[in-house]
Design a protein around this ligand. Structure first.
Ligand SMILES: [Zn+2]
Length: 604
């Protein structure tokens, strides 16, 4: 054994005690406290087979409610991984009514697709509900994914989920979430349309425009059917198999069917361009798994910071009312977040263009027909005078959760000056994040205390930088300098006080919680290619530009081969407290693993 006192890979000790002494003295020299993390005992004789010694701070900040699950094959190699932290669990509890699942991000360097569950918060910003790295895209893997998703979210099912068009996934959804409405992402449909019927789009053809109209424009089934048969005959595609298959799924994408569904206006899994770009950066082929998780955490944190900024602004700024004396706008300015208030005000503006064309009253029900000045169309609104309940054929409230201008016209005609409570959805209000959330074990889910702290620090940095960069003149510089010195002194004094209080007692060895297996590595998926995410026009242009710049290099092409079914039934299901991310991070950040535990060394 070398005696320079620094730990090295492959170091050997006579027994556990001497290893522990060495680690303790190293920690003392380097200025950090130490503790024993866990040990594994032999199933035969109970002797300790491996143990981990770590810095005493290690893992302390990790929230025990960080949830992850993985599947292992018979060689104890990880196949599918799913994870969701506490904030994701809370986000889903508050905003998990409509979910987007995107599995079409570029894969990382082991050909593993990332599956990302996301949705909208009360500021209509993107929130992440969970993520997974999948081994393959079989029904078995998707079923496992949806089951894990439900498990972490205490079996709460979304009302609606949008995905890419994928038969294996659709089958798994049907089995695990039969009551959830399955919508298809219109962006992906359009890309598929270009892929399959690109030949019909040449020479100034309007095929794509007409196809798009079938997706978005026709609000009545009859109109849609007429337009669709027109499309078939105009372009002579009656026999086309792709056209046939897409028509058989019309309930999942045509506007007239989506009108029946609560969607929050979502039609595509492309919730945010910036999220797409950020996530793609995580999946750069040169990025290994450790970097991937770090990047990914940053992406998630950025989204959370955006919400925090919105919250801050909502508190600081007075909402601008387009009609300040309206009791309704005054009422909603108190409850809605600024962006939702603005969307409501758009409807409020439009209501002045609404005219009552017909009115028919029976006892407690009034039926209206509304048309609009300089707008095509007619809407039927039913108003129950006693309950003050209203429903309109445009179904804006039922699909998006805010009232339409037609309903507002009817309210006005009946002197309803405030929006009745049942038409204010909590998920769009400033109070959306209230209410206690319980996890699967019945424990209250609490925010990671680190979360608010991180955001606070970020905001402080911005304020310091702004202050320092705007400083003018000697006097101002002096004020800043002396105030900064003062702050540093105070913070240092506080730290010294804290360090003296550190507990340096011997920690007992924490026994391993159960006799579970520990993964030996992440299963490599060699040579398996998957269908690639269709590229947007911008991406294609960029790629073409790159290609033309380096013509001497061969062009990369995707080869197609069948993905293998790993057969979920033969897999070991794990539900434990073992953290793969922490383990991975440990290896990269120098916490020394003296035991037998190795993580295979595979890069994912
Ligand atoms: Zn309406």
């Amino acid at each position: 054994m070398e005696l320079d006192g620094k730990p090295k890979v492959g170091m050997q000790f006579d027994n556990l005690e001497s290893a522990w002494k060495f680690w303790k003295s190293y920690g003392g020299k380097m200025g950090f406290g130490v503790r024993k993390d866990f040990s594994n005992k032999s199933k035969k004789d109970g002797a300790i087979t491996s143990c981990r010694f770590v810095c005493s701070k290690e893992g302390n900040s990790a929230n025990p409610l960080f949830f992850h699950k993985f599947q292992m094959d018979s060689d104890e190699q990880i196949t599918n991984i799913f994870w969701a932290d506490v904030r994701m669990q809370l986000d889903y509890a508050y905003f998990g009514d409509v979910v987007s699942l995107d599995t079409t991000y570029c894969t990382n360097n082991a050909h593993r697709p990332l599956a990302l569950f996301s949705g909208f918060n009360h500021h209509k910003g993107v929130v992440i509900f969970g993520a997974a790295l999948l081994y393959d895209e079989t029904t078995a893997s998707f079923k496992w994914l949806f089951e894990m998703f439900l498990k972490v979210h205490n079996q709460k099912k979304p009302q609606t989920i949008f995905t890419d068009q994928d038969r294996a996934m659709a089958k798994a959804l049907q089995e695990v979430l039969p009551d959830t409405y399955h919508g298809l992402c219109t962006w992906h449909l359009m890309q598929n349309c270009i892929k399959h019927l690109g030949n019909l789009m040449k020479h100034g053809s309007h095929f794509l425009r007409d196809f798009k109209a079938c997706m978005y424009e026709y609000e009545e089934e009859k109109e849609f059917e007429e337009a669709w048969s027109q499309l078939l005959s105009d372009y002579n595609v009656h026999e086309n198999t792709w056209v046939e298959s897409v028509y058989s799924l019309k309930e999942k994408w045509a506007a007239c069917y989506m009108k029946k569904v609560f969607t929050l206006g979502m039609r595509s899994t492309q919730l945010s361009e910036s999220l797409n770009a950020d996530v793609k950066r995580c999946l750069n082929p040169d990025v290994d798994i450790i970097q991937f998780f770090k990047h990914f955490e940053r992406v998630v944190e950025d989204k959370r910071y955006n919400e925090w900024k919105c919250e801050f602004e909502a508190r600081e700024k007075l909402p601008r009312l387009r009609c300040p004396s309206s009791p309704m706008l005054q009422q909603l300015a108190e409850v809605y977040t600024p962006i939702i208030l603005d969307m409501f005000q758009d409807q409020f503006d439009l209501f002045s263009a609404c005219c009552i064309k017909q009115r028919r009253q029976s006892e407690s029900l009034i039926e209206y027909v509304i048309d609009m000045y300089k707008h095509k169309g007619e809407w039927e609104v039913l108003f129950h005078t006693q309950e003050k309940s209203v429903s309109c054929t445009c179904r804006r409230f039922e699909t998006f959760g805010i009232l339409c201008c037609h309903a507002l016209k009817v309210f006005e005609a009946n002197d309803v000056k405030l929006v009745p409570d049942q038409y204010i959805l909590k998920r769009w209000t400033k109070m959306a994040r209230t209410g206690i959330i319980f996890d699967v074990n019945g424990n209250e889910v609490e925010e990671d205390p680190k979360f608010g702290h991180t955001l606070e620090i970020r905001s402080l940095c911005q304020r310091f930088v702004k202050l320092a960069s705007e400083v003018t003149g000697k006097d101002e510089v002096l004020i800043l300098r002396s105030a900064t010195e003062e702050m540093i002194k105070k913070v240092e004094a506080l730290r010294l006080g804290k360090i003296r209080g550190t507990n340096e007692s011997d920690d007992p060895i924490i026994p391993s919680s159960n006799d579970m297996s520990i993964p030996t590595g992440i299963k490599k998926r060699v040579g398996i290619k998957r269908r690639s995410r269709p590229k947007s026009r911008v991406e294609l242009q960029l790629r073409n530009r790159k290609a033309s710049r380096s013509r001497s290099h061969p062009t990369f092409t995707h080869s197609q081969s069948e993905s293998t079914d790993i057969g979920a039934s033969s897999l070991v299901q794990l539900e434990n407290s073992f953290s793969f991310t922490r383990l991975l991070m440990d290896q990269s950040e120098g916490s020394v693993s003296l035991g037998a535990l190795e993580f295979g060394g595979d890069k994912l």
